[in-house]
Ligand binder design. Structure first.
Ligand code: NAD
Length: 479
């Protein structure tokens, strides 16, 4: 299957006819080609976006909202097709793509289609000065959106929907590892009546296509989700051009379990927060800290639950753990398991590749639980981003708070306790952009989403995203 760039409402081969292989992680086979777009392709996407901007930024909010909600409805109507494509491209269980990824992509368009109708600007009567001030929230113009491979359509649309809702036109690049559903989105946008050029999708490597987007002088804002090192590089390139930046980066999230929690609820959720999407979610609780008094019991119960998870072909309904996204990623995750052994970590379960009959070349790995001697070890400090979690005990609230915060990342934290005062104390002090208490990944799209420290800059979600994709202009009238 050959994927093409979506520019000005049409599908195009890359100008230089450079192509990349697209792999199916479930069997390791090449099943398609994708463009490795050059500066010229990005320039064409930019020109289309620039031409579409005057009219898109001026059409009524109701009309913009209507089109976004239409895209959402069409995604819902095409759920099966999109879920199958996402699962094949990424290796995630089809059940997950169907229940989470594609519905969430549809919700992103519906949510921002509605949110834009409520996005009011402030005004201030300057009492005593005979003046009134009001704030205009104007779209930026052409903006760039760059997304990763782990939740392909979910995160791609989480950027595109607010960008176009706010009246911008977009040059977007999905991950070269998982381009398929972004490609299919083009058709849906045409069917929904999105005017040509409002959304342009260019495919290719980060170092060629992505680099051309971030270096483009007239793409005035970049919304990026991906690795911390890439985020740092983008910030460096963008700073001299004073681009607006939103960076959603890596995580190494603590999952803190106190003895007074609802144990069964905690256990169920911890299985999910550790291994959903093969552990390839930036929000996964990859460092589990358990209060010493229940540590041994938790260890036994958790390992038993993890051993019962089924690693299998992503298209099978009974599969809990599908394939990792790529061969190179599988290698990286396995290297971390070896590092853990050299650091006196104990592999409590997993650690090995899995061979699935008829799909022997797929990228399958057992869900792996490592007991670590200290929070300072590399597997507790570096992002692994795979089906690997660490566990260790703690004695006091102060001790676990210190360990939770002693890491360069600051994306999310989960806390399991029924002690209200502790909940309040700890959520105030945890250095993360999101704190979940007695739950995980419960998302309300109105809330600010993002990380502190090396997990990023800026917030997505709700009006935060609409603020990012607009320039605030103060108008002061003296009367
Ligand atoms: P990555 O940084 O390698 O790539 C992300 C995107 O950036 C891809 O589209 C890639 O092609 C592009 N890119 C790479 N180099 C570029 C460059 N020089 N210029 C412009 N674009 C470039 O990340 P990945 O491996 O695709 O994704 C995994 C990472 O994403 C993990 O670190 C994970 O924690 C993070 N992530 C963060 C969040 C969040 O919300 N904070 C969500 C999901 C994933």
């Amino acid at each position: 299957m050959t994927i093409k760039n979506y520019i000005n409402g049409n599908f195009h081969n890359p100008i230089q006819e450079n192509w990349l292989d697209n792999y199916n992680p479930s069997n390791g086979e090449v099943y398609g080609q994708i463009p490795n777009s050059s500066n010229e392709d990005v320039e064409n996407a930019y020109i289309a976006a620039k031409s579409a901007f005057p009219s898109w930024s001026q059409i009524s909010i109701e009309e913009r909202s209507r089109i976004l909600i239409k895209i959402s409805e069409l995604l819902e109507a095409n759920l099966d097709r999109f879920a199958a494509a996402e699962s094949k491209d990424n290796g995630k269980p089809i059940s997950l793509a169907k229940a989470v990824d594609i519905p969430r992509a549809a919700s992103n368009f519906r949510f921002f289609g509605n949110a834009i109708t409520q996005f009011a600007s402030e005004s201030h009567e300057s009492v005593g000065l005979q003046a009134v001030n009001y704030t205009l929230r104007q779209p930026i113009g052409v903006v760039g959106c760059i997304s990763p491979w782990n939740l392909p359509l979910y995160l791609f649309t989480w950027k595109i929907a607010p960008a176009i809702a706010a009246g911008n036109c977009v040059v977007a690049k999905p991950s070269e590892v998982t381009p398929m559903t972004a490609y299919l989105l083009g058709e849906i946008c045409n069917e929904a009546g999105l005017p040509k050029g409002v959304l342009n999708i260019v495919h290719g490597l980060g170092t060629t296509t992505g680099q051309a987007i971030i270096e483009h002088e007239d793409i005035k804002a970049i919304s990026f989700t991906g690795g911390t090192a890439t985020g740092a590089h983008i910030a460096k390139v963008a700073a001299p051009m004073f681009k607006k930046l939103s960076l959603e980066l890596g995580g190494k999230n603590p999952n803190i379990i106190f003895a007074d929690c609802d144990y069964e609820d905690m256990l169920d959720t911890t299985v999910r927060s550790s291994f959903a999407n093969q552990g390839q979610i930036c929000l996964c609780g990859s460092r589990i800290f358990v209060e010493a008094s229940i540590y041994e019991k938790f260890k036994v119960d958790f390992v038993e639950r993890i051993k019962a998870l089924k690693v299998g072909h992503p298209a099978e309904a009974s599969t809990n753990i599908g394939a990792l996204v790529s061969k190179s990623h599988l290698k990286k995750v396995k290297e971390f398991i070896e590092i853990a052994k050299t650091e006196n970590g104990t592999i409590l379960c997993g650690g090995n590749e899995v061979t699935i009959k008829d799909f022997e070349n797929g990228y399958y790995l057992e869900p792996t639980v490592i007991e670590v001697p200290t929070n300072e070890c590399r597997v507790n400090q570096e992002e692994i981003f795979g089906p690997v979690v660490t566990i260790m005990p703690f004695l006091t609230e102060d001790e676990v708070l210190q360990m939770a915060n002693k890491v360069k990342y600051g994306l999310s934290a989960t806390l399991w306790t029924n002690n209200l005062k502790r909940t309040m104390r700890m959520s105030n002090q945890l250095q993360t952009g999101i704190v979940w208490i007695n739950t995980w990944m419960l998302r309300d799209l109105r809330t600010p989403f993002g990380g502190m420290k090396a997990s990023g800059v800026g917030r997505e979600g709700g009006f935060e995203a609409l603020r990012f994709f607009t320039e605030a202009k103060n108008v002061c009238i003296k009367y």
